[in-house]
Design a protein around this ligand. Structure first.
Ligand code: HEM
Length: 370
C-alpha cells in the first residue's frame, strides 16, 4: 500500500490570538490607507462624474450562480461549510486600478464572490446580514507583507490616478524585475512591480486567491477559487489579443458565457505550520506541497449575458464586496485583512453617497440584482 500523503495527514494548526500581532501605529496606517484609497475615488469622480471603487474599478463580468457544499470531513466542515447546502452567489470580475484603463494595459485581476443566506455568528459590522464574501486576486500572495508596506506602495500609485495611463501602459508591457527600464519612466520600483507583470491571458482561466489568511472554525486558512469545468480549464494561460480592444476582457467573458456555463471549486489551504504559513506576512504564499488547497464547495454558473450596462449599474453601483461581510468563523486575519475593514467601508459609502444609490446586502436570491 502506498504511504499516506504526509501533506494531507498533517494536522491543521489551531488558531490562537497570539498568532496575530499589530504595530502600535496600526490605527494610523489603517486611516492612511482609507484616506489614500478615497483620494483615488475622489480623483476619478472629479473627472468622470461617477463614483467608482478606489481600486478594482473596472468590471469584466458579473455572474449569477449556485454554490454547493457537500458533506465534508470534520477538519473541512467548518463555518459556512459545516453542513451540506446550496446558496445563490454573485461574482464580479475586475482589474486592479482605480481608473478605467484600456484592457491592453494588462493589470492583475480580481474576483469578488458573494454567497447569500449563510447562517452562524457574524463579524462585527455585519451582524444583520446573511452574506459571506470572498474578495480575491489572481496570485497566491499579496505584494507586500503588511499594511505599512502597502500604504508606502499605494501612495505613488494613487498619485498617478487618471493622469498616467501612458505610464501604466508602458509599464504593463514589461515583466517583473526590469526595474532599471522602469525607472526611466520616472516611477518608483514598488509601483512598477505592482502594475507590471500580468500576462495577456483569458481572465476566465485564472485561479483567484485570498492571499491573506482567515479563520476556519478553530483553525485558519487561505482560500482560492479555481476553474474546474473543461471549458474554463482550457482558458488557463490562454493568450488573448487585446490590441485595439479597450474592453477586450469583458468581450471575452461575454463570448464564453453566451454559449457555455462554467464551474469553479472553492478550496481551502489549512495552516499546518506556523512558521512556514504566517498570518502577519501576506507576501508569503503558503507552500502547497506542505498543505494543498482542498475543495470545500463547487460553484456552477449557467450561460448568461455576463457584462451589460444594466448589469454594471446593478452590481458595480448597487453592491459592495468586503472580506468583513461574513461569519465570525471566517474572520479575516493579519495586518492586511484588519486594515481592509475601514478602507472598504469608506469606499462603499463614498460610492453610495456620490451616486445616490443604496448599497445593501442581499438577504435572499430574490434580492440579488442580477
Ligand atoms: C490593506 C489592503 C487592502 C486595501 C486597503 C484594499 C482596499 C480596497 C478598496 C477600498 C476596495 C473598494 C471597495 C468598494 O468600494 O466597495 C477594494 C476592492 C477590491 N479589493 Fe482590496 N484592498 C486590500 C487588499 C486586497 C487584497 C489582499 C485583495 C485580493 C486578495 C484585494 C482584492 C480586491 C478586489 C477583488 C476588489 C473588488 C471587489 C469588488 O468587485 O467589489 N484587496 N479594495
Amino acid at each position: 500500500m502506498p504511504a499516506p500523503d504526509a501533506a494531507l495527514t498533517a494536522a491543521p494548526l489551531p488558531f490562537s490570538p497570539s498568532l496575530e500581532s499589530s504595530r502600535a501605529d496600526e490605527a494610523a496606517i489603517e486611516a492612511g490607507l482609507a484616506e489614500t484609497m478615497l483620494s483615488i475615488s475622489r480623483t476619478t469622480f472629479e473627472h468622470s462624474g461617477h463614483a467608482m471603487r478606489s481600486v478594482h474599478a473596472k468590471s469584466h463580468g458579473f455572474l449569477r450562480g449556485i454554490l454547493s457544499v457537500p458533506d465534508l470531513p470534520p477538519e473541512l466542515a467548518q463555518g459556512m461549510f459545516a453542513r451540506p447546502g446550496r446558496y445563490p452567489v454573485v461574482i464580479r470580475l475586475s482589474t486592479t486600478p482605480g481608473d478605467v484603463l484600456d484592457d491592453n494595459v494588462s493589470m492583475p485581476r480580481g474576483m469578488a464572490l458573494k454567497v447569500v443566506g449563510v447562517s452562524g455568528a457574524r463579524l462585527p459590522g455585519s451582524e444583520d446580514d446573511t452574506t459571506q464574501d470572498f474578495v480575491l486576486g489572481n496570485s497566491p500572495s499579496f505584494n507586500t507583507r503588511d499594511a505599512a508596506g502597502f500604504l508606502a506602495q499605494l501612495k505613488p500609485i494613487a498619485a498617478t490616478t487618471d493622469r498616467a495611463p501612458g505610464l501604466k501602459k508602458a509599464v504593463s508591457a514589461l515583466s517583473r524585475g526590469t526595474e532599471r527600464v522602469l525607472e526611466a519612466f520616472g516611477g518608483k520600483s514598488a509601483t512598477l512591480v505592482t502594475v507590471a507583470g500580468q500576462r495577456k491571458t483569458h481572465i476566465l482561466g485564472d485561479t483567484f486567491y485570498s492571499q491573506a489568511a482567515l479563520l476556519y472554525g478553530e483553525n485558519y486558512c487561505k482560500v482560492c477559487v479555481a476553474p474546474v469545468s473543461p471549458g474554463l480549464v482550457a482558458l488557463n494561460e490562454a493568450k488573448l489579443d487585446l490590441a485595439g480592444k479597450p474592453d477586450g476582457l469583458r468581450e471575452a467573458v461575454n463570448r464564453h458565457f453566451s454559449t457555455e456555463g462554467g464551474e469553479w471549486e472553492l478550496r481551502v489551504q489549512l495552516a499546518t505550520d506556523g512558521a512556514a504559513m504566517p498570518i502577519e506576512d501576506a507576501s508569503v504564499a503558503w507552500p502547497e506541497d506542505r498543505s494543498p488547497y482542498r475543495p470545500v464547495a463547487r460553484i456552477v454558473v449557467a450561460p448568461q449575458e455576463a457584462w451589460s450596462p444594466a448589469r454594471s449599474a446593478a452590481v458595480d453601483d448597487g453592491l459592495a464586496f468586503n472580506p468583513w461581510h461574513g461569519l465570525s468563523a471566517h474572520r479575516p486575519l493579519g495586518s492586511i485583512m484588519r486594515t481592509r475593514r475601514l478602507a472598504y467601508a469608506r469606499s462603499t459609502l463614498f460610492r453610495a453617497e456620490r451616486n445616490g444609490r443604496r448599497i445593501a446586502e442581499p438577504r435572499s436570491a430574490d434580492d440579488l440584482p442580477i
